[in-house]
Write a protein that binds this ligand. Structure first.
Ligand code: PDD
Length: 286
């Protein structure tokens, strides 16, 4: 297999040639933001939404956006041209760059470090996805800036590790008795044929897949509610889903050793996954 080409600070190069300074603030402080944008064929899923969220994340950490939307899109096309493939994702991250000394204070006039690579994404196997995932609830001890897609992910790593130690693939995070999200995904529950997800806030990432699922539900006359979900509601939910760019829509079939609904992917999940696959197919075909 030929070597992957990545983008680093203005150049495209083989991944083995790409390196950054140990003084980069991304390395020292996790001082940066990132995006993961799914690609189907050569079409980017919801690229404007991802670029809008990137702009918001940058603004929240007081870092100037290095490129206009048109420039970003041109760079994405170039990166995809260098890395032929079908279904993939673009990973991009921007850090505050390299300072001469290790100092938290932000200095003006320093170039950010901009890095992009493609990620191999296995095409979603609906038979596997349908089997669902097992999860546990874990106390969400993260900070009150979870709406920023920050590269500082050590808390998410710790929470995912706790889930692994329980022998399950992910955690449903609970803050002050309320459901927030997964360790790298948003959450939906289904109750009496209504799809429910918590509102965006400082406690969760405004997921692009979450937005798309809500939009597709509304277009297809599926009733939706955006409201806080108490942790106690999880026990009686008919269905629970986790959504993200890489996981798409994963049905949760077990939560804290108790089956969710019938213990299988539920009827609304089947309906929504078909709508979602159809949406992707239309995108692929332009
Ligand atoms: N994560 N919440 C968190 C904490 C996330 O890290 C993600 C995505 C989401 C879902 O967002 P979206 O639908 O835009 O992918 C919610 C990406 C995929 C990652 O970190 O790899």
């Amino acid at each position: 297999m030929s070597e992957r080409f990545v983008y680093l600070n203005g150049s495209y190069m083989p991944i083995s040639k790409a390196s950054v300074s140990v003084l980069d603030r991304g390395f020292l402080f996790g001082d940066g933001v990132y995006e993961v944008i799914p690609v189907f064929g050569s079409k980017l899923l919801r690229v404007d939404g991802h670029l809008q969220r990137l702009a918001t994340s940058l603004e929240r950490i007081s870092l100037d956006n290095p490129f206009s939307e048109a420039e970003w899109k041109q760079k994405f096309d170039q990166l995809l041209d260098c890395n032929p493939g079908d279904d993939r994702a673009i990973y991009l991250q921007i850090t505050r760059g390299v300072y001469p000394i290790r100092d938290l204070k932000i200095q003006p006039g320093i170039e950010p470090t901009v890095f992009m690579m493609t990620l191999n994404v296995e095409p979603v196997d609906l038979d596997v996805l349908e089997k669902g995932i097992e999860t546990v609830t874990i106390e969400d001890f993260r900070w009150s800036a979870c709406d920023i897609k920050s590269t500082s992910l050590v808390a998410n790593v710790m929470l995912r590790q706790q889930a692994t130690q329980y022998g399950v693939v992910d955690a449903v995070l609970i803050k002050q008795g309320m459901v927030t999200e997964g360790t790298a995904s948003n959450i939906f529950i289904v109750k009496n044929d209504t799809l429910i997800t918590p509102p965006t806030s400082k406690h969760l990432l405004p997921g692009i897949t979450r937005d798309l699922v809500l939009e597709l539900a509304n277009d297809n006359e599926i009733s939706t509610e955006v409201r806080e979900i108490a942790a106690t509601e999880l026990r009686d939910a008919d269905e629970v889903w986790l959504t993200s760019s890489t996981r798409e829509i994963a049905p949760v079939v077990r939560l804290n050793d108790k089956v969710v609904g019938s213990g299988k992917a539920g009827p609304l999940w089947h309906k929504m996954i078909n709508i979602y696959q159809e949406y992707k197919q239309q995108l692929r075909q332009g």
